[in-house]
Every structure is written in structure tokens, then in C-alpha cells.
Write a new protein. Structure first.
Length: 356
């Protein structure tokens, strides 16, 4: 079974093709991706209308590229999967519309996929795929969640952010420091040569005893500390301070976020009694997060699985993979009903079983 996946939830257009034999994990045949980072940099963040228009320009050429790379014809595709939500409504509509138009033209079934389920299952594309059950730490954009995962579609929410997510904490803190878009990766790069203990920033809900997250207060603490440094050095703005000062605040900010993610993940493993952790989503590419999780999980004899680095960001492979795994598990059936809708807000734990 060949599954074509189309991802267009935000600022990356992704198309991929996977081969999904009945009794084996799906295998990635080809992947095409276009990032809109350069286009949005001038605005300091994603402009939804521009994102949607760019998806329209990119999705068909990327589809041709993927088919050429895999040496497959469009007529050989068995199912077209697309991101149904969550995400930007206009952007989602582009991928959904193209997928359903392709399905109708080819007479092939289509399947709407949950964006976060794509991230959750993306480690199955890696050289070291996980096995069920496991605890999942989902850290993608505006989402930070801990899930107990028993199988495809079997997701129990253990904890989630009550305000800003980890990715938002990275991006908003970076913006306060005068770093460009995308802020999170820029802050992480600056943090590499900084002192993570230079400034005593809060670790919100670190000792709450539950598995929820909160990062809005950290953003405020970063702003307060940045203003103190500007005043102390008589500077016009934070971005003109000496590089070592800026690096130290970036490192301290990253350390606060990572400490919370690691502590909560370990608590989730302890409470569930599971010995396997999956980390997925864009923040899952953070080097410090991986280093600390690997060290702490090794002490506890817990296996940790990540997507390959190039599959941490939004991409079509994770959508094709999730669609293929849902079809293989019998949880969902692709249909030839080409009337579509999208779900900009769509909780992952609400898609269990056939309710997706």
C-alpha cells in the first residue's frame, strides 16, 4: 500500500510517500519539504495568509518531486493522507483541498490525519523504532503534552500545558532578547556557549506533583532579567549587550525549560511504570533536552526514542506514516467521500479508535 502524505498545518509544506506492507512498519520512500522561514522572517513570525498562499505554490511541485524520487507514478498511489488539524485554518484547507482533489481525480480514497499523531508516531520512521506501550513527550509549537500510549489510537492524556507551551517559551523568550524568527533555534544556538546557572530563573510547576506544565511565568521572568541587565549596563537594548551576557541569559532560559520537561517526563515514567519514552515535535530536536533525557533515562534503564533530526519539524512523512499505521491497525478506513473539513483545534486524546 502506497500512502502519499501532505502536511500544510503552518509554515512548512511537506509531501512524502511511504510503502506500508500489511504486516510491517511503513517505510519512507521519498520526502519533499519547503520551509517558509525566510519569507516570514521579515515579519518576526508566521503570517497566516502568506503561509496559505505559499502552500498553494509549493504542494504540487513537491508532489512531483516525491514521485520522481521514489520512481512511482501518481496512479500507483493507493491512499492520499493529509493533515486535517490542528493548525492554521487557511493553511490546513490548502493541504486538505489538494489531497481530496487528487483522490477524486484518481478515484483513490483519502484520509485526514491528526498533526500531533503524526509527530507522536514519527519515531517509527527512525532506525531505532519504539515498541508499544510508552510514555510520549510531545513538544511541538503550541503543544506540550505527556501521553500514555498503548498502541495506535490508544492515547491517555497525563498532563499538558495550562498556558504557554515549551516551544512558545523558547520563541517568546528569544523575541524578548532581540533574536530573529524562528526564535527557539536561535536561542538554543546562543545558549551553547553560555552559563546555564548564571541567572536564577523559575521552573514553573516543577514541584507541583502533577504532570501539567506552565511556561508563561518563565517568559515574564526572562523579560524582568533582561530589563535588569539593560539598566545595569546602561544599554539601549538587550541585543547590544556584550555577547557573554546574552549567551548566559539564553543558556539559563533553556536550562529552565529543559529541567521542567525532563523532571515531568521522569515523573510520568515513574507513575506509569513504563520503561520506554518517546520524544517528538520540534523541541525534541533540542540538543540539551536530548542530552539530559538520555543521561537521566540511562540511570533508570529507560529506553528513549526520538525522530531523526530532519523529521522533528513538520513534514509529510509523519502524516503518511500516521495515516498508514491507522489503516494497518484497522482503526480507520480511508474513504472516497471527497467533501472535507479541517479542525484548527483538535485535542489528540479525542481521536482514539474510530472516533478520529
Amino acid at each position: 500500500m502506497l500512502v502519499l502524505g501532505i502536511e500544510s498545518s503552518c509554515d512548512e509544506t511537506g509531501v512524502a510517500l511511504v510503502d506500508a506492507p500489511d504486516t510491517q512498519l511503513p517505510r519512507l520512500l521519498a520526502l519533499g519539504l519547503h520551509s517558509q522561514i525566510e519569507m516570514h522572517q521579515a515579519y518576526g513570525g508566521v503570517v497566516p495568509e502568506l503561509a496559505s498562499r505559499d502552500h498553494i505554490r509549493r504542494v504540487v511541485p513537491l508532489t512531483r518531486q516525491v514521485l520522481a524520487q521514489s520512481n512511482k507514478a501518481l496512479s500507483e498511489v493507493d491512499v492520499v493522507a493529509y493533515t486535517r488539524g490542528p493548525g492554521l485554518a487557511g493553511a490546513l484547507l490548502v493541504g486538505a483541498g489538494v489531497a481530496c482533489a487528487l483522490g477524486a481525480a484518481l478515484g483513490k480514497p483519502v484520509l485526514g490525519v491528526h498533526h500531533l499523531e503524526g509527530h507522536l508516531l514519527s519515531p517509527f520512521l527512525s532506525e531505532d523504532p519504539p515498541e508499544f506501550p510508552f510514555v510520549a513527550l510531545l513538544v511541538s509549537g503550541g503543544h506540550t503534552q505527556l501521553m500514555r500510549v498503548e498502541g495506535v489510537g490508544q492515547y491517555e492524556l497525563l498532563g499538558e500545558t495550562i498556558d504557554d507551551a515549551a516551544g512558545e517559551a523558547f520563541d517568546k523568550s528569544a523575541k524578548l532578547m532581540g533574536l530573529g524568527y524562528p526564535g527557539g533555534p536561535a536561542l538554543s544556538r546562543m545558549a551553547e556557549d553560555g552559563n546555564p546557572a548564571a541567572y536564577a530563573l523559575p521552573r514553573p510547576l516543577l514541584h507541583s506533583g502533577n504532570l501539567d506544565f506552565s511556561f508563561a511565568g518563565l517568559k515574564t521572568a526572562v523579560l524582568v532579567q533582561a530589563n535588569k541587565l539593560v539598566a545595569a549596563h546602561g544599554a539601549a537594548a538587550f541585543e547590544v549587550l556584550a555577547m557573554d551576557i546574552r549567551r548566559d541569559l539564553a543558556a539559563s532560559t533553556q536550562a529552565a525549560i529543559v529541567d521542567v520537561l525532563v523532571k515531568k517526563s521522569l515523573l510520568a515514567l515513574k507513575e506509569t511504570g513504563l520503561k520506554r519514552l518517546v520524544v517528538a515535535g520540534g523541541v525534541g530536536a533540542n540538543r540539551q533536552l536530548r542530552t539530559q533525557l538520555n543521561a537521566e533515562c540511562a540511570k533508570r534503564k529507560v529506553r528513549v526514542h526520538y525522530p531523526e533530526l530532519h523529521l522533528c519539524s513538520d513534514n509529510g512523512a509523519m502524516i503518511a506514516m500516521a495515516g498508514a499505521m491507522r489503516l494497518q491497525s484497522g482503526l480507520q478506513v480511508a474513504t472516497r467521500d471527497y467533501a472535507f473539513d479541517v479542525k484548527p483545534r483538535w485535542p489528540l486524546h479525542m481521536i482514539s479508535g474510530a472516533s478520529a
